[in-house]
Design a protein around this ligand. Structure first.
Ligand code: GLC
Length: 763
């Protein structure tokens, strides 16, 4: 299976991944953005930009379906006027030979360098934290021995802001216009669509006076031309009456040998044209980039670890926080796998806020508020919602029974980080009227689940619980073991805060509820003899039992039995996790269930959902693997936890199966990896970037393996390390102070030994 092909490597000193071959198996992207203006960009500079959210405020186009993929994007074209060649430093879309190429994806920026015939063009793309402008910082260098005459032109294709209208409403092009304004040296995108929810001022500018431009995509391409072979005549075309608009600004350069020039293109958005002009005028490229670096340093400094294990360290220090921040912002909305119409997902965003609470508590708190404000008064959540439209829009279907179990996990982690219990008292609306405190939102949510018990006493499934794939059983009255177990964990967390807040009656209710689910989960209806079953169907059939040929054992109930403490009963948790090791473990991680289904069991044996070995049907479901790492730490088995953690690391996977076979970015997590049931594809990465794996891997590494867990009183330190790690140093910023924590046979904090899991007081 091992393949030699190599597309790039990490540059740890600069916290970058360096791509050295533009023809990666799929686009390997990076996200840029400041939580309002955002973009993603691939190693061929393919990608798109949007403002706040990509369904109603999509600024530029990206085609998800046609071949070739990854078009268009943020292009710089170079024409060598002596040779007549046209090329791109980022290879696409002309795909002309380059003498040298690299793309460095870093924290909030992507930097390209392409060289041909002695001309080197570097472009660094980024969006600074404080300003809604995407900068393309261009440097052109003549490294040859003869003078060069060059034309450089930008290309970005404007999108109709409302993506769905762009897809079906051809008249809409009459409602937009594109003009060049010599005074501002920019192309102005005028948006005057009837009833448009937003009409911002969008511009594409250059810091250097331009020598030509095109606002018309079709003129830029020329008759019979294309982005691969554009006419690039820069004729000064404008489209005041509408059409397919583009931002192409041209600059002519004469460069003597050894000389270089630097300038920038700016894609900006503001409320009106005066604000846009002010924005353009105040941008200084170097200051903006320095601000971006300071921003990211502020996030990554919160938790830095040195174990000597390069894969682990770079992940925890750099790529995990980046992945978590992007996932928290984007939920499952826009990536090379998601077209950007999904809004935020109630349970996914709530989980994403878990890790964000560590290094970006303000932002995580904001997301938690958004999610809770989309909850209904009866405590139910929703599948997804659109908080940035004029009126909150909500998708109630499909129904996920687990929505309301997640909020306490993220809120607890947030409050433990900040120590500020008043977050529980904040008032937030319900989507169907009225408001309540965060505390009440969580409480009614847990009650909502609890009052929907089935005949065995477990929560009812509706369409599915965390595992979307269970929806293929079409059994709304089935009972979920996983959710029953999660209720015990949630009840424990909530009880502790209820007590702190003097709500004894609620704490007592939590105790009672937890005792109930604990008993049911350890009853013969759920315990299968060596592991816990997964689902009790309404016709009496059970999933996750040795009595069936397929789907005999599922990962989720085994890990949640340990996390909730249900498995403390008779050592069952340990036994169940041993069954996981025996029956679900593979060279690439733990399958979500085994053996996978080849058809859904009786009565009609209808749909299968995912093919065997993929998705929820027996893939290595990374999101659920993260809980196995936590469970093993709770069982005190550091070597096993490490084994599971390591297998989830994309850099390890890419190294072991080869970057070509792995396929996806080696620097961010995947939601799934193809399981052994697919012989040829086993070990191939699934969907990257936007996955709950990101948030939970961060928690598993920092709070369980390294064991540095925030509590209201301060930091608890209870590591569970693999036996081969000798010296581990963590630097943790916590409530305004930085602690140096050495994890060894004795734990040292700032050089002084701690007894037991003693608490470090925050300031
Ligand atoms: C995907 C979904 C998530 C779901 C999981 C398991 O990651 O985004 O909501 O819980 O799959 O089905």
């Amino acid at each position: 299976m091992k393949q030699k092909t190599d597309y790039g490597h990490f540059d740890d000193a600069r916290s970058e991944f360096v791509i050295t071959d533009p023809l990666t198996p799929v686009p390997w992207i990076n996200y840029l953005g400041n939580t309002r203006l955002a973009a993603f960009i691939s190693q061929q500079a393919g990608g798109l930009a949007w403002h706040i959210e990509p369904q109603q405020r999509r600024l530029t186009r990206y085609h998800s379906l046609p071949a070739p993929g990854d078009r268009p994007g943020f292009y710089v074209y170079v024409r060598d006027e002596d040779k007549g060649t046209v090329w791109n430093p980022h290879f696409a879309p002309t795909c002309q030979r380059l003498d040298a190429y690299e793309c460095r994806h870093g924290l909030g920026y992507s930097q390209f360098a392409g060289e041909r015939d002695g001309v080197r063009v570097g472009v660094r793309y980024f969006i600074p934290p404080g300003d809604d402008v995407m900068l393309w910082d261009v440097t052109v260098e003549n490294r040859g021995s003869a003078a060069k005459t060059l034309t450089l032109a930008s290309y970005v294709e404007f999108s109709i802001l409302e993506f769905m209208r762009e897809l079906y409403w051809c008249y809409l092009k009459n409602h937009i216009g594109f003009e060049f304004h010599p005074g501002e040296n920019w192309i102005q995108y005028n948006y005057h669509v009837f009833e448009a929810p937003f009409t911002p001022a969008i511009f594409f500018a250059c810091t250097r006076p331009v020598d030509g431009f095109d606002c018309s995509r079709d003129t830029f391409c020329g008759r019979g031309g294309s982005l691969e072979r554009p006419a690039m005549d820069l004729t000064g075309s404008q489209l005041p009456g509408g059409g397919h608009g583009c931002g192409s600004l041209g600059v002519k350069l004469k460069l003597a040998p050894g000389r270089s020039e630097r300038f920038a293109f700016l894609l900006g958005v503001a409320d009106d044209w005066e604000a846009a002009a002010r924005l353009k005028a105040r941008i200084d490229v170097d200051t903006a980039f320095a601000a971006l670096q300071t921003y990211w340093r502020g996030k990554t400094d919160v938790f830095q670890v040195a174990t000597g294990d390069a894969h682990f360290d770079r992940c925890v220090n750099v790529w995990s926080p980046l992945n978590c921040q992007v996932t928290l912002e984007r939920t499952r909305d826009l990536s090379t796998d998601h077209v950007g119409v999904d809004g935020l997902r109630f349970r996914d965003t709530m989980q994403d806020a878990l890790a964000g609470a560590t290094f970006n508590p303000e932002f995580a708190a904001g997301r938690i508020r958004l999610v809770l404000s989309s909850q209904a008064r009866d405590g139910s959540g929703n599948f997804s919602f659109y908080p940035f439209e004029r009126k909150l829009r909500v998708n109630l279907e499909p129904v996920r029974c687990d929505n309301a179990v997640w909020p306490i996990m993220s809120v607890a982690n947030l409050v433990n980080e900040t120590g500020d219990l008043s977050f529980f008292e904040e008032r937030l609306p319900y989507r169907d009227g009225g408001e309540a405190s965060v505390y009440e939102h969580i409480l009614v949510g847990l009650r909502h689940i609890d009052t929907r018990r089935g005949p065995t006493g477990l929560p009812t499934l509706f369409h599915a619980d965390w595992n979307d794939g269970l929806a293929v059983f079409r059994d709304e009255h089935a009972e979920s073991v996983m959710l029953g177990m999660q209720m015990v964990y949630a009840a424990g967390l909530f009880r502790d805060f209820a007590r702190r807040l003097g709500r004894e009656a609620d704490a007592a209710w939590c105790e009672e509820m937890a005792a109930h689910y604990r008993t049911v989960c350890n009853s013969d209806a759920v315990w299968d003899g060596a592991w816990y079953r997964r689902l009790l169907l309404s016709n009496g059939m059970k999933l996750g039992t040795r009595q069936r040929a397929e789907g005999q054992i599922y990962l989720e109930p085994q890990v949640w039995a340990v996390i909730s403490g249900i498995g403390d009963h008779d050592g069952r948790g340990r036994q169940a996790m041993d069954a996981v090791y025996e029956r679900l473990n593979t060279a690439r991680g733990l399958c979500i269930c085994a053996p996978p289904y080849t058809g859904i069991p009786t009565p009609q044996d209808p749909l299968i959902g995912n093919a065997p070995g993929t998705g929820e049907n027996g893939s290595i479901f990374c999101h659920a693997n993260t809980w196995a790492i936590m469970a093993e730490c709770l069982l005190g088995r550091g070597d096993r936890a490490y084994e599971y953690y390591r297998k989830m690391l994309p850099s390890v996977a890419a190294e072991e199966v080869g970057q070509e076979h792995w396929g996806r970015e080696p620097y961010v997590f995947n939601s799934t990896v193809i399981g052994p049931a697919q012989k040829n594809d086993f070990g191939r990465g699934g969907i990257s970037w936007l996955t709950g794996t990101a948030t939970w891997m961060y928690i598993a590494a920092t709070q369980y393996m390294l064991g540095i867990r925030p509590t209201v009183e301060g930091l608890r330190v209870t590591p569970c390390l693999p036996s081969h790690w000798r010296k581990v140093r963590v630097t943790r910023r916590f409530r305004g102070r930085s602690y140096a924590i050495d994890l060894g046979p004795t734990v040292l904090v700032d050089g002084r030994p701690l007894k037991g899991d003693a608490v470090v007081k925050g300031n």
